[in-house]
Structure formats: C-alpha cells, structure tokens
Design a binder for this molecule. Structure first.
Ligand SMILES: [Zn+2]
Length: 371
C-alpha cells in the first residue's frame, strides 16, 4: 500500500479522503469534503493575478490566507507554515536572483511562498524521473511531493502542493510543538534551520500576525551618547578581526533597548563581548549587544522582546575572563548578523542605527506638536 494511505488516521480523514477521491473516484460523501478542500487553489490564483496590487501588504495578507486555509485543511497551526516559509525566504534572499515570491517572470507564475523543495527530495532520490509530477510514482519512490490542489499533479512550483506535501511530512511525527520540531529537523537535518523555524513559529504564534517589522534605537533618544561609523576598523585585541559593529559610547548604566521584535537567542559571558545578549528577529537577523553592565533580570533565553524593551545596561565588560570590567570606556557594541543558512555574515549596522534614531526623533517631535 502506498504510504499516503497507510499513514491515514482519523485526524487526517479529510485529506486522505480527498486523495482517495482522486485515485479511486469519489463517493458523494467524499466529494463534499473534497470540494471544500479544492477551494485552496482559487485563493492563490486570485490573489496572485497580475491585476492584484503588488504591495507587500497585499502579498502578506494573501500569504496569511493561504497558511490559514492549509491549517483548516490539515490541522497544522498557520504559524508553523508561516515559520517554515519565512525561514526559507530569509535564507533565499542571499541569492542574486529574486526569491520565488518576488519573481515576476512571464513563464513561471509568481508564488506566494518561498519554500523550494529540491528535485530529488520532491520526486524521490531513486526516481529515474527527477522532474516527476505524478503523485503515484513519486509516492512509490518515497518522494516528498503530493498533490494538494486535486489536479492530479504534484507540482513543486505550486504553493498549495508544496504546503500540503510539507503538512503530510510533518503529520508523520504528530501534532505537538515538539513533534513539529522533530518533523522540521527530519526535513532539514540542520540544527540552525530547526532552531530558526522554532523561533519564527514562536514569534508568529505570540503576536498572531506576519508583520513584525517595528524598530527602536538601542539607547533612549535624547540621552548622552555618541557613535560614528566604525565598520571594519582594526581591533587591538584578539588578532586580525575586523570590527563587526558600531560602538555607542554612553555612561555606565544607561538603558539598552531591543531594536526589534525578536527572541532572545543567547545570553551570558563571551570573552570578547563580555556580558552580551543576542536577539533573533523575524528577518533572520541576529542583533548582538555586548559589553553590558548587566541584564534585565526577567529576560531568559527563548523570551520574546519588542522594540524599545529594556534588555540591559551599558557597561564595560569583556576582553578577559568572566566578570572582567573597565578595560575600556563604557559603550554598547551593537552588531547585526544575517543568517545565510550555512554561514552568518555581519553587516554594517550604522545606516540602520541612523534611520531608527531619526524615526524616533520625528515621532517625538510629532507627539510634542500634538500637545
Ligand atoms: Zn565594538
């Protein structure tokens, strides 16, 4: 028996019945269920038509709609689809070619999701036809591809087929958050990928929305601080490393705030950074705050933060064994690293710092004028 049917259980009756209807012809009872399920492709075609407004918001709303419909059909919470999609989109950005969802080539229809499944995975590693789109033969060769739209084709370029296939894979492991983590691990076999997906799922679940793009300057606006672009200047300690970040000089004990919505990923002593904290945002950027005097007590690894939230205080810790302080003037070292899937790259945070600072100044002015 093909795996698709063997793996049938009561919780998945709807999906399995739809699949059964495809292959064996449908009984009246099945076709009602199937009709409900087959509504999915309509959503992708209407929201993805060239006439649809090409705004980020429209795309995000359409994407959320797609996750929610897949969730209704499979029982997998929408934020888990969103997290996998966001992870794939964030690591795909490194490529010169635009992400699949941003592509507007005439031949390939634009996609809503950025999930791309390699051909050998989709069709089955031993499948002689690596472009195989027939669900029966894909299943026979142990491939990942399934037909979610009900057109008899398992298309790796179709969002519904891709999400449905992902759902089928995940459901093999169960429905709890830890089952989900195992399913994600078994798909990527990459600890970083699994960690990112779990972090993103947590953020989406907590806030209940896709847009988590807010920002804040890391120090309170209007206080006594100074910084300039120091990208790439030499380091006096620790060998020939470039300076990956911006130093914001400020008095000991000045509040340090989160610049983004994110999850606390690291917290503790680092030989170079002293007491430091690292926060992962939804764009897969790691925000690194070093040389702190101390941390906000209530914060632990895995906690969620919002822009402007206090995370610690400016200090001069670092460049030595745990607890070393005062080897240099107190400052916040702030760096941003982007996860590229295999490696993580630092980029100059200075332009963003300027932008966030200006935004907050403008907002303060606006609020003053209102009074
Ligand atoms: Zn620094």
């Amino acid at each position: 028996m093909p795996a698709l049917f063997r793996s049938c259980n009561t919780r998945r009756t709807l999906l399995c019945m739809s699949a059964a209807a495809l292959l064996w012809g449908s009984s009246p009872a099945v076709s009602v269920q199937a009709a409900r399920y087959y509504k999915l492709p309509e959503l992708t075609t209407t929201t993805n038509s060239p006439t649809a407004k090409d705004s980020k918001e429209t795309a995000a709303a359409a994407r959320k709609g797609l996750y929610e419909q897949m969730s209704a059909a499979t029982g997998i919470p929408w934020f888990r689809f969103a997290a996998i999609d966001q992870y794939e989109r964030s690591v795909a950005k490194k490529k010169k070619s635009p992400a699949p969802s941003e592509a507007d080539s005439a031949e390939a229809p634009a996609r809503l999701t950025g999930i791309s499944i390699p051909a050998p995975v989709w069709s089955g590693p031993l499948n002689p036809d690596q472009e195989d789109k027939f669900p029966e033969s894909i299943t026979l060769f142990g491939g990942f591809g399934r037909d979610g739209t009900g057109d008899g084709i398992a298309d790796p370029g179709n969002d519904v087929d891709v999400l449905y296939s992902m759902a089928e894979h995940l459901l093999k492991y169960g429905r709890s958050a830890s089952d989900f983590s195992i399913g994600v691990w078994e798909y990527y076999h990459n600890g970083r990928a699994a960690q990112r997906v779990a972090q993103f799922a947590k953020l989406y679940e907590h806030f209940g929305r896709l847009d988590l793009s807010g920002s804040a300057f890391p120090l309170p606006i209007g206080t006594n601080y100074a910084y300039r672009s120091t990208w790439g200047t030499g380091r006096s300690w620790g060998g020939a490393r470039i300076h990956e970040g911006t130093d914001l000089f400020a008095p000991h004990g000045l509040t340090v705030r989160s610049t983004c919505f994110g999850v606390v990923e690291t917290k503790g002593w680092n030989r170079y950074g002293g007491w430091r904290i690292g926060i992962r945002d939804i764009e897969n950027r790691y925000h690194y705050y070093a040389h702190l005097m101390g941390y906000e007590k209530s914060l632990s690894r895995g906690d969620i933060v919002i822009p402007g939230q206090t995370i610690g205080w400016v200090g001069s810790s670092g460049y030595g064994s745990p607890g070393t302080q005062g080897k240099f003037p107190p400052h916040l070292h702030y760096g941003i690293y982007r996860d590229r899937g295999i490696t993580e790259w630092a980029f100059d945070p200075y332009p963003l710092l300027k932008q966030w600072e200006n935004q907050e100044y403008r907002q303060l002015k606006k609020n003053k004028n209102k009074k």
